[in-house]
Design a binder for this molecule. Structure first.
Ligand code: RUB
Length: 317
């Protein structure tokens, strides 16, 4: 018998896969909450059965999208907090760990926002790509500190997450100029910072973020505009310390070429990578809740946080 996964877990997994829930921090938060729901709804009779259900739920959530390491990091955190000898004890430990995880995530985002805000001066213009809650936390803190900030917001094809960023910034009364991605180089002349988030940070300081980030960073460097990456330590990818590369998600071609436009274009191959890798030499600072780092020194923080790599994942059977 396969362990029972609750409909709540399946629904969250589908929402992550379909990008109803998206962005590395939101994905981590939702996945942790879903494990909590699994624990609460479980009808397992034995501790073994309960553990098997939690592992199955974690696997189901894990297999949704491959690039944001915040997802496995969140699942690892929650499953490692599972302890006890009875179903009730196991359940309580999971529920308490989920609450703690979600609180820490919010706190980390808030702390990094304060640190990142210090890089922004009154009157600065930022250029954004995609929608990152860690990056926006830096803007929110700068605004709270009384600074005037303006934004040039890249649309971010094909899913146009730039619209979410634009809406959020407008709600904070930030003047926003929305541009197509191809206009970025032209408008870099008007920008004081490029400010983006990350889905994963590798041990060599490479930044894995929404497709187009690397081209933006190269152009920004050429124009002399500093590139700031806002990424709480949940985005640090432990596997890269032992030489693993980060898998880049390839998404459905219909995001690029919808069925209605397909006939006019004809029989062409469409590729739709969701993320790319920005080499560390194009990044000026990685802002975390533990301080800001030049990308080349992020490995020191990773060693401190992750220590020696353990074998296997807590959701493996
Ligand atoms: C989202 C994206 C964001 C990071 C960071 O991609 O690339 O920049 O996830 O976001 P997608 P946050 O829309 O494909 O999920 O700072 O909110 O974690």
């Amino acid at each position: 018998n396969d362990p029972a996964i609750t409909p709540a877990v399946t629904a969250v997994a589908d929402d992550i896969a379909e990008m109803e829930i998206r962005g590395a921090a939101a994905i981590a938060d939702a996945a942790a909450a879903a494990i909590g729901e699994q624990a609460q709804a479980s009808e397992a009779d034995t501790p073994e059965e309960f553990r098997a259900e939690i592992r199955a739920a974690a696997r189901r959530l894990h297999e949704t999208r491959p690039t944001a390491v915040s997802l496995p990091n969140a699942l690892r955190y929650v499953l490692q907090g599972m302890e006890g000898n009875t179903v009730a004890e196991l359940r309580d430990s999971i529920v308490a760990t989920v609450v703690e995880f979600r609180r820490e995530l919010d706190q980390a985002q808030d702390n990094l926002g304060q640190i990142g805000a210090n890089r922004l001066r009154d009157g600065d213009t930022i250029m954004t790509h995609c929608h990152s809650t860690d990056a926006l936390s830096c803007v929110r803190h700068a605004l709270n500190d009384g600074k005037d900030i303006s934004a040039i917001v890249k649309e971010t094809r094909p899913r146009k997450q730039g619209h979410i960023t634009a809406r959020q910034l407008r709600d904070w009364d930030v003047p926003v100029t929305l541009i197509v991605d191809n206009a970025a180089r032209r408008y870099l002349n008007d920008a004081d910072h490029v400010l983006v988030g990350a889905d994963s940070i590798a041990a060599d300081g490479s930044v894995i973020n929404k497709i187009g980030t690397s081209g933006l960073a190269v152009n920004a460097r050429e124009r002399g505009v500093p590139i700031m990456v806002a990424a709480q330590t949940l985005k640090l990818h432990p596997g890269t310390m032992t030489g693993h590369t980060v898998e880049i998600e390839m998404r459905d071609e219909r995001e690029v070429l919808p069925d209605a436009e397909r006939e006019a274009v004809g029989d062409v191959r469409v590729e739709n990578p969701a993320f790319d890798v920005t080499p560390p030499r194009y990044v000026d600072a990685i802002v975390t809740e533990r301080g800001q780092f030049p990308p080349e020194s992020i490995v020191t923080l990773m060693r401190e946080l992750f220590g020696d790599q353990q074998n296997g994942e807590p959701w493996d059977e």
